[in-house]
Design a protein around this ligand. Structure first.
Ligand code: UDP
Length: 327
């Protein structure tokens, strides 16, 4: 494997994946429309600007670079926005992925790594979520990802496309060398919002809901360090390369932390108070999403060794202080 097409390679997770690929001796070709990604984040291989809804552009990029595999990160990923503007999610995520999958099959590029989400499981309080759990998404974001998973299975059956699907839990942290990091505009994710509130870059954090059926009333999530997460993708590529066939893996640690616990950890790491207020629930949020699976560990040999709250927040804090992309 020498070349991989990375859609969304200018985004948060995609840019870290490009670094991991280049460290593994593989050239990452970034395909990104720069709607939510950053040109500055493309540091480890060639850049092709384009949109997944533009099939001709995709065909040209496959012809120019002849990738051995695709890693597909490009997507809209905000739960709240997906509830108010579902059309954007069905068009960008679902129709865009259909174009990409058809272009890959047409180019004979049959190994595909896809970033899916634990949001496809929906709200299954207190159930340990493993890959065999029913997928009952409660927001349009999760529904769009579930639809793409189904699409990959159908293209596998019909055309022999091989896919590794990763269902992410909550991704946090940044490259330890701060070459790339998390920077969304607008920002909606918990850890960067906490760090912005800590240093006064924006106002107090709003905790979305304190009346959930959890020990402290706030939502519980399973946080994974982005550098651990992208290492699993390289292992997934190796899995496909070895001819081991299509598989679905959860990527989580099996440990959940509440919003209040994340705030406390950020206060310990930064040595400062996190200003916050308590607000109402956010539409589409499940009370508890924690991975119950060790499949990625057993089968891929994946160990999320950086995924402690302290390490994720301290790496994010270092990035927060030194690195931001040009707007
Ligand atoms: N959250 C919050 N305030 C915010 C942003 C997020 O309380 O300003 C909570 C959110 O309700 C969820 C958790 O933090 O329980 C993680 O949210 P995030 O948007 O980072 O990731 P998601 O779980 O939506 O993928």
């Amino acid at each position: 494997m020498t070349t991989v097409l990375v859609t969304g390679g200018a985004g948060y997770i995609g840019s870290h994946a490009c670094k991991a690929l280049s460290l593994a001796g593989i050239t990452p070709v970034t395909f990104d429309n720069l709607v939510t990604g950053w040109r500055d984040a493309v540091r480890f291989g060639p850049f092709e600007q384009g949109d997944l809804v533009d099939r001709a552009r995709l065909d040209a990029v496959f012809a120019a670079h002849r990738p051995d595999a695709v890693m597909h990160f490009a997507a809209l990923s905000q739960v709240g926005e997906s509830m108010s503007e579902p059309g954007k999610y069905w068009r960008n995520n679902v129709a865009g992925s259909l174009n990409l999958i058809e272009a890959a099959v047409a180019a004979g590029c049959m190994d595909f790594v896809f970033s899916s989400t634990c949001a496809t499981y929906g709200d299954q309080d207190n159930v340990v979520l493993d890959e065999s759990c029913a997928q009952r998404p409660i927001n349009a974001y999760g529904k769009s990802k579930r639809a793409i998973e189904e699409m990959l299975a159908d293209f596998g059956a019909a055309h022999g496309l091989r896919s590794v699907i990763f269902r992410y839990f909550n991704v946090a942290g940044a490259d330890e060398e701060a070459e790339v990091g998390e920077f969304h505009q607008p920002e909606t994710h918990l850890v960067p919002l906490i760090l912005d509130a800590v240093d006064g870059r924006r106002g107090a954090l709003t905790v979305f809901g304190t009346d959930y059926d959890t020990p402290d009333g706030t939502c519980i999530r399973d946080y994974v360090h982005v550098s651990d997460l992208v290492e699993a993708h390289v292992l997934g590529l190796r899995w496909l390369e070895a001819g081991k066939g299509s598989r679905v893996f959860n990527l989580g640690t099996g440990h959940g932390f509440s919003v209040r616990e994340v705030i406390a950890a950020a206060e310990a790491v930064t040595g400062r108070k996190v200003p916050y207020i308590e607000g109402p629930r956010r539409a589409g949020d499940a009370a508890r999403l924690v991975s119950g699976s060790e499949q990625a560990g057993q089968d891929l040999g994946w160990t999320p060794g950086r995924s402690t709250l302290e390490r994720m927040i301290s790496d994010a804090w270092r990035w927060h202080k030194v690195g931001h992309y040009e707007e």
